[in-house]
Design a binder for this molecule. Structure first.
Ligand code: DGI
Ligand code: FE
Ligand code: FE
Length: 187
């Protein structure tokens, strides 16, 4: 599948605004893949489909999490977490992408996980810093991503965890574990 075909497929699943975000993530992920010597084609594909399930009804996502034996703890935390693992499942089933590295980069693009692969880190950071993002602190992460992918990832995790805490929201354990893993030097 080439880029144009992939973008056409995902466009139908998204709002205009989210599609523009997706194109930004795609461009950023390719740039990061070049910089940090990852597979550019896989980065492009994972980025294009990372938010594929973003607008699926919550009930549908919940049912997939249950039926596919995904972590039941997902259901206890923020529903925003669901579109990532559900997206990986749907991209496999509906689009026919079978590359496990690409599917994992989609599955972990929101929560992160300990021992993230290079491709997973690239999609996570690209999602955070694509040119359309305007969060406080995003420029600092953009600067870090020019030279140090792990430092960029740690800073984006810190920002997200702090953001959730200031809103008095729970933090998904895998997100905390991702942060700890990187701080403790687990690559
Ligand atoms: O889908 P996007 O908006 O492009 O970005 P995303 O997939 O990273 O979703 C991020 C949202 O998920 C962000 O607003 C914070 C929210 N969220 C809720 N609970 C958690 C969480 N993000 C992480 N990493 N961990 C959580 O526990
Ligand atoms: Fe997302
Ligand atoms: Fe996104």
């Amino acid at each position: 599948m080439n880029r144009t075909e992939a973008l056409e497929i995902v466009k139908k699943q998204l709002t205009e605004r989210r599609y523009i975000h997706t194109v930004g993530v795609m461009e950023t992920a390719i740039e990061l893949a070049k910089r940090f010597e990852a597979d550019e084609k896989k980065a492009e594909l994972a980025a294009i489909f990372h938010d594929y399930a973003k607008f699926r009804p919550k009930e549908e996502m919940k049912q997939i999490i249950i039926d596919q034996n995904m972590s039941p703890s997902l259901l206890e935390y923020n529903t925003e977490l669901w579109h990532a693992p559900v997206g990986a499942f749907l991209v496999r089933n509906e689009v026919g992408i079978t590359d496990k590295e690409v599917l994992d980069a989609i599955a972990y693009h929101t929560s992160g996980r300990p021992g993230m692969t290079l491709l997973e880190k690239i999609v996570y950071v690209a999602d955070y810093i694509e040119p359309g993002r305007r969060f406080p602190g995003v420029d600092e992460v953009r600067e870090l991503a020019k030279t140090d992918l792990n430092a960029a990832l740690i800073q984006s995790l810190k920002n997200t965890i702090s953001f959730l805490m200031t809103k008095h929201q729970a933090v998904y354990p895998d997100t905390m574990m991702t942060y700890n893993d990187l701080i403790l030097g687990g690559q």
